[in-house]
Ligand binder design. Structure first.
Ligand code: MN
Length: 352
């Protein structure tokens, strides 16, 4: 069996896509098994490092899809999601995945009002499930659900006990999306200093900061980012794969060597399969991302695209569009007529 750990180079950043798990948990979204297999192949093709494929204990079609994805022989590691109990993990192992997520709430609000139990019970069940999975030889991500509302001392204790049980990384879940980048940077730094553990950022977009918080975690030393295509996911969604990958490349100067040229294809396919249309202003892949209308912008882009574009549309498989409208200038009008084989004089262009 392949070992996810072996692919980890020092200093490298790994993308963990959870479109098929958290993405499908979006209210009203469901993928067919055929769509899941196709999405998994496309994710592997663009170069995602790990694919969280679903929740095997749900059984039926869900379990069958995960089993099929695990047997495709993809480059990416295939992870299955579990609550922190041995029975869930057994279902994951049935599917032949090489990695499991073991998830349990760490915040007092969840422990008291959802689980209706104690911190000790949480630690005990997390430890049992992790030890069982590690004995079976799979890679283990321990998910601290609602980590961002967990008392830091307890979260560090949780991480240490996960580490002692053999966990390979801690998924820091901003389950309800309350983080902001400066606090993220500080908290992630403190967890890494205290434990030396590998951290995965799992951020939600409730205040529009999922991508920013994920990147703040990376700056603090986290090496894994949980993402979904189009930012699909619970409520306002997760950090978007295409945003995180392109921001790493063009804002942070970290090239993960992904096939970004297929991002638009992937995003459009997932938009169709999920029934969630890409809105025009969607960062990276929205139809407006490379559309220019105002005279000053269109003129600048026609002379030198770098004046108003941070990267070229071809980087993500898109095309530049000069839109003719109320704000157009004469240069754009002339250029548009050239597309139809008509050469306008300056005067004609101005009249139009
Ligand atoms: Mn989530």
């Amino acid at each position: 069996m392949k070992r996810f750990n072996e692919g980890l180079e020092k200093g490298s950043i790994m993308l963990v896509d959870t479109t098929l798990r958290d993405g499908e948990q979006t209210a009203g979204v469901v993928f067919s098994n055929r769509e899941k297999l196709r999405i998994a192949k496309m994710l592997d093709h663009v170069g995602v490092h790990q694919i969280e494929a679903g929740i095997p204990v749900m059984g039926g079609d869900e379990k069958e899809a995960i089993r099929q994805i695990a047997s495709l022989g993809l480059q990416a590691s295939i992870m299955a999601w579990n609550r922190a109990n041995v029975n869930d993990v057994r279902h994951s192992l049935d599917c032949g995945v090489d990695a499991v997520a073991v998830s349990i709430s760490s915040s007092d609000i969840h422990i008291k009002h959802k689980l209706r139990t104690s911190r000790e019970w949480v630690l005990e069940n997390m430890t049992k499930a992790v030890e069982y999975a590690k004995n079976e030889g799979v890679y283990v991500s321990v998910n601290a659900e609602d980590a961002s509302r967990t008392e830091l001392d307890f979260l560090i204790r949780f991480a240490r006990e996960a580490q002692a049980a053999g966990a390979d990384r801690l998924r820091y879940c901003d389950t309800i999306g309350v983080l902001e980048p400066f606090r993220t940077y500080e908290v992630i730094g403190r967890i890494i200093d205290a434990t030396g553990m590998e951290i995965e950022m799992h951020t939600h977009n409730d205040f529009g900061m999922a991508t920013a918080n994920a990147l703040a975690g990376i700056k603090a030393g986290a090496r894994f980012i949980g993402v979904t295509v189009n930012g699909l996911g619970e409520r306002a969604g997760n950090a978007a794969l295409e945003e995180v990958a392109m921001a790493l490349k063009f804002v942070y100067g970290m090239n993960l060597g992904m096939n970004t040229k297929d991002f638009l294809n992937l995003c459009e396919y997932v938009a169709r399969a999920s029934g969630r249309t890409l809105y025009p202003g969607k960062p990276i892949v929205g139809s407006n991302t490379f559309a220019h209308e105002s005279g000053i912008h269109a003129d600048g882009v026609l002379k030198f695209p770098g004046t108003y574009e941070i990267f070229s549309p071809e980087e993500v498989g898109a095309q530049r569009q000069i839109i003719i409208g109320k704000h157009s200038g004469s240069k754009a009008v002339k250029m548009k007529f050239v597309e139809y084989g008509i050469d306008l004089s300056n005067e004609e262009a101005n009249d139009i």
